[in-house]
Design a protein around this ligand. Structure first.
Ligand code: NVA
Length: 311
């Protein structure tokens, strides 16, 4: 296990996957793999965390609550209608108040800017449990899952088909950091933000690469990993126009057949079956979606241990 004495992640917020260096990202994954095999340290004993959620959650809420308990800590869940972040009370005041009670804040927000403000005014680390821009904790679980199925991430072709959303943003940057070749196919107007693309390109020194494909077929051809996510995320306006833009972006068995024979299919869940993916693929032998879901627990436990664990 990574020595906490030399642990540079201690006390730091985690709002973006790019908030950590490639070496730190690797150390989170190494710690997660080690902790998954043995007994968990009691490193959050006597510590409390707030789980501040503006949007619904299944995996994130349960996996964080369980991970905190497994490390001997305690969590207080604040749901969608409780705090009124920035409405009932200013974000700065919520951050200042929570900092008097808890040692860390895990927050799921509509606007990424809310996380930035929380972190600015909190005296304790803030962890991004999903925003409109990134979902870095999902990416940690995804990389852990890829390592388990493919041994290594370096040199793999990771194809993402669909919306250039929060999931795609964290995955793209992290994949390049870990030396993978990340390729994305998104419809026009639903592409990754330029700032994310620039950050991903900035990590190519590690040997990874970022590229855009013109079609889902071009992205998936020869891929080791095929990843997709919903076409309409929480907070997006559902519309006919939106759905029709994604025509041809469904992951079907025919599309999967273009990937390597031993390619894995990934999805962060919840899935809109029959939209971005068909049952045959998500329920098929290549699908690792429930390994991903399980690994949320292991990846986040490692993160919490490194960020907040008692030395
Ligand atoms: N892109 C999805 C991810 C859900 C875990 C959303 O933001 O709704």
């Amino acid at each position: 296990m990574t020595s906490l004495n030399k642990n540079a992640l201690h006390g730091r917020s985690f709002l973006s996957i790019a908030d950590v260096s490639p070496a730190e990202l690797t150390s989170i994954l190494t710690t997660a793999r080690a902790q998954k095999k043995r007994k968990f340290p009691n490193s959050l004993r006597g510590k409390s965390l707030a789980l501040l959620f503006e949007k619904p959650s299944l995996r994130t809420k349960v996996s964080f609550s369980v991970a905190i308990a497994q490390l001997g800590g305690h969590s207080v869940y604040l749901g969608q209608n409780e705090v009124g972040l920035g409405q009932r009370e200013s974000i700065a005041d919520v951050a200042r108040t929570l900092s008097r009670y808890v040692q860390g804040i895990v927050a799921r927000v509509f606007a990424h800017q809310s996380l930035i403000e929380l972190a600015e005014h909190a005296k304790v680390p803030v962890i991004n449990a999903l925003s409109d821009v990134e979902h870095p904790c999902q990416a940690l679980a995804d990389f852990l899952t890829i390592q388990e199925h493919k041994k290594t991430i370096r040199g793999l072709r990771i194809a993402y088909v669909g919306d250039g959303n929060n999931i795609a943003a964290s995955l793209a940057q992290g994949a390049v950091m870990l030396g993978a070749d990340f390729v994305i196919a998104s419809p026009k107007r639903y592409e990754l933000p330029g700032s994310i693309v620039r950050t991903a390109h900035g990590f190519t020194k590690t040997g990874g690469s970022f590229s855009k494909a013109n079609t889902p077929e071009d992205a998936v051809r020869g891929a080791d990993v095929v990843y997709t996510d919903v076409w309409t995320s929480m907070g997006d306006e559902p519309s006919k126009q939106r759905t029709s833009a994604f025509k041809g972006y469904q992951v079907t068995s025919k599309l999967m057949a273009l990937a390597k024979k031993d390619a894995i299919f990934m999805h962060d869940l919840p899935a809109h079956r029959g939209e971005e993916v068909v049952d045959e693929v998500i329920d098929g032998p290549q699908s690792v979606v429930f390994d991903q879901a399980e690994n949320r627990l292991h990846a986040q436990r490692a993160l919490l241990h490194l960020v907040l664990g008692t030395r």
